[in-house]
Design a protein around this ligand. Structure first.
Ligand code: EPZ
Length: 449
């Protein structure tokens, strides 16, 4: 063994191929993680289908096991069975929360199920501080008592009570935590200014399948009639709209013809409108979207916003397509504080992007040429692969583990579309370890609660 680890994995992308063909989408990362957490709300087993085989899911499975639940694959496909019977502990250890800040999503279900939760404070990440004040204030509105110290959030409730919970901002995670907590709150909860993402609707469908009474899923005002016991559910995750948008952008960038299978086009409505405005042909069908391009691209201006606005998770990848357009485009990033991290690496590939605060000015058309680049995060990594597909020569994308967090079998799916890509340099893949120091949940700092 050459001592290399999975963090040494890199992608070698040789540009110049047109992508042609169909790609079957995986289940949505940003829904699957929450459905896994929602399974904690019942003592019955839950079956979740079309779970993407990505490292964030492996981390969440490890988290559920650390909390005392059973979480196991059914067969060798994309089905997971979660059984959070008795013996649950309400503590999410630092090692796992540090690995995946979305772990915070177990807070709502734990306080609903157990009346308490101890969660290591999620750090920020390189796209922003990722605060959780809306989560905290919302849970307090439902009657939870929350202390934060020594790096842990300690939530306690003597019984949640339904309330009107206005969100300052339609936070996806806060909406999800509050939805799950509200199912156990006595009486009605109304979440105002709720997030409207398709993943929120999928969570509401999952909770309704468990016996929850929810109205307004997908709108800004969601009503939850709490206090009903929840039972098991068998549910298939919706397709991943960000994975879909990424492959559609790759097809347009390479002047190819790419069809995604499995996604309702309505989940990408504004994104597809922007592609058409750039001169990309877009055909929509029953859970099928086809893009093709045989002419020049026009520049467009884009502002990222909460759904149904333009998805921030497609912003970095779209910068690559705009670098090929005949003119200057402006992207305004309104969701995260620092989501232009990948710009420097894109410019090393020949892009001409200048940023100032929340604005990126993308000059085009630019000829990209391959070199060694470093993925800074999940979607930045996807942007670098997109650039590599059109760059002259070979692009070596390092820190591919970022990409593995959210894209199932990227290399395999790209090869099916005719791309010339390969993975190299990686050591043995390791499942996220059950942290040896689970005691971090009951060390002195926490015990002194
Ligand atoms: C979810 O993150 C997604 N992650 C993100 O996808 C996605 O970009 C984001 O929603 C927006 O669509 C998962 O679902 C696991 P937010 P989340 O709460 O829930 C601020 C990807 O690439 N905020 O809507 O963390 C926050 O700092 C990832 O798949 C507060 O200030 O998003 C951010 O600026 C990246 N206080 C903005 O709101 C809070 O209490 C949006 O955050 C909560 C959020």
């Amino acid at each position: 063994m050459d001592g290399s680890s999975e963090h040494d994995a890199r992608l070698e992308v040789r540009g110049g191929r047109r992508l042609e063909g169909e790609v079957v989408l995986s289940g949505a990362k940003n829904s699957a993680l929450k459905l896994l957490a929602a399974s904690l709300l019942t003592t019955d087993p839950c079956v979740i289908r079309r779970v993407p085989r990505i490292t964030d899911v492996a981390t969440m499975v490890t988290m559920l096991r650390a909390l005392g639940a059973q979480a196991d694959p059914v067969g060798d496909g994309d089905v997971l069975r979660v059984h959070a019977g008795s013996g649950l502990s309400g503590c999410a250890p630092y090692e796992l929360v540090r690995t995946m800040r979305a772990s915070i999503i177990v807070m709502g279900p734990l306080v609903a199920r157990l009346g308490e939760a101890t969660i290591a404070m999620p750090g920020g990440c390189n796209i922003g501080p990722r605060r959780i004040d809306f989560h905290i204030r919302g849970l307090e509105k439902l009657g939870a008592h929350i202390d934060i110290d020594h790096g842990f959030i300690r939530v306690h409730s003597d019984g949640l009570k339904g309330a009107v919970v206005p969100l300052d901002y339609p936070s996806v995670g806060a909406t999800e935590n509050l939805l799950m907590a509200a199912t156990a709150a006595e009486g009605e909860t109304v979440i105002e200014n709720a997030a409207r993402e398709p993943e929120i609707m999928d969570l509401c469908a999952f909770l309704a399948g468990m016996g929850a009474e929810i109205e307004g899923a997908g709108t800004s005002t969601i009503h939850i009639a709490g206090g009903r016991p929840l039972h098991g559910v068998d549910h298939a995750v919706i397709a991943d709209r960000i994975e879909a948008g990424t492959y559609l952008l790759m097809g347009a960038a390479t002047s190819g013809r790419v069809t995604t299978i499995g996604l309702d086009p309505a989940h990408l409505e504004l994104f597809l409108t922007k592609l058409r405005a750039m001169g990309v042909q877009v055909e929509e069908g029953e859970e099928r979207i086809t893009v093709s391009r045989d002419g020049p691209l026009a520049p467009v201006d884009i502002s990222t916003l909460p759904h149904p606005g333009f998805a921030t998770d497609l912003q970095a990848q779209t910068m690559v397509l705009l670098s090929l357009a005949e003119g200057t485009s402006i992207i305004t990033e309104n969701v995260f504080e620092n989501r232009f991290v990948v710009v420097d690496e894109l410019n090393r590939l020949g892009a001409g992007i200048e940023t100032s605060g929340h604005h990126a000015v993308i000059a085009g058309p630019r000829s990209l040429s391959g070199t060694v680049v470093e993925a800074p995060d999940l979607r930045g990594g996807a942007a670098l692969v997109t650039a590599g597909l059109v760059a002259d020569g070979q692009t070596e994308v390092r820190s591919v583990y970022h990409i593995d967090r959210g894209y199932e079998d990227l290399t395999g799916k790209l090869r099916i579309l005719g791309a010339d890509v390969s993975r190299a340099g990686e050591g043995p893949r390791t499942e996220p370890e059950m942290p040896a120091s689970l005691k971090s949940c009951d060390d002195e700092a926490v015990r002194s609660a």
